[in-house]
Write a protein that binds this ligand. Structure first.
Ligand code: ZN
Length: 243
């Protein structure tokens, strides 16, 4: 490398360091049915909902990209990683999982695990528990979601709301005791019976913050709904490492 090129490279690094832009990566596994609600997959819909975040670079990533969408360089410049997976958890390489967990625990990257990602490898490794729910039912259940901790940053601007359909995840949820549960829910089953279930849970794992959001089934329109979009935006800001 010539002296001039080297100087330019250093200048670029300095410019990059000087920017206040943060980065959120929205990852999914390309299994949402293309003829249904998310023709461009779940990651695109979540990313659209983040557009109004100021000072954030939003990156869409997926399992079918090189390095399963998360290269070393991308991960090292990511402040918050949003993860949506369901059918291809087993395809995610352990080497990538280890890098993600390390980045959360040691460097404070935020990690948001959405819906079926309760079984995602990085989430399970961060939790260190089975991360199973008692049961999983897509039986036309609706849910009323209650803001349980209105002063929590993730609840900012969110009022109680309902989802007309949700895949019901029965408690207990095999995770460590969360530091906060900003959202709780009451499911109403088709037979009229009601059942409680946690909808949003927070932890700090090592240096990083982790949030789990229960809604987000791939055939329901949750990621277009204003309340869900607000929650995810808030969660990104909350999970971002301190500057
Ligand atoms: Zn689902």
């Amino acid at each position: 490398m010539g002296a001039a090129t080297a100087a330019a490279a250093v200048l670029n690094i300095n410019l990059f360091a000087a920017t206040s832009q943060r980065r959120v990566v929205v990852w999914s596994e390309n299994t949402a049915p293309v003829d249904k609600v998310y023709p461009k997959d779940v990651n695109t819909a979540i990313a659209e909902g983040l557009k109004s975040l100021e000072g954030w670079d939003i990156v869409i990533a997926g399992i079918d990209q090189p390095e399963q969408g998360i290269s070393e360089a991308l991960l090292n410049s990511t402040d918050v990683l949003i993860w949506w997976g369901h059918k291809r958890h087993g395809d995610v390489k352990d080497e990538l999982v280890d890098r993600i967990v390390k980045r959360v625990k040691e460097q404070g990257m935020g990690f948001l695990s959405v819906h079926s990602s309760h079984f995602a490898k990085p989430y399970r490794k961060l939790m260190g528990t089975a991360c199973s729910w008692r049961e999983y039912k897509a039986d036309g259940t609706s849910v009323k979601i209650t803001v349980k901790e209105p002063n929590h940053p993730i609840a900012k601007g969110v009022k109680d709301f309902a989802l007309p359909k949700i895949e019901r995840y029965g408690e207990p949820f095999a995770v460590p005791t969360p530091e906060a549960v900003p959202f709780e829910g009451i499911y109403t089953k088709p037979n009229g019976e009601q059942e409680p279930g946690r909808m949003g849970l927070c932890w700090t794992i090592g240096k990083g913050r982790v949030f789990y959001l229960t809604p987000g089934h791939e055939t329901y329109d949750d990621f277009y709904r204003p309340e869900i979009r607000q929650i995810i935006k808030n969660a990104v800001e909350w999970a971002a490492p301190a500057k």
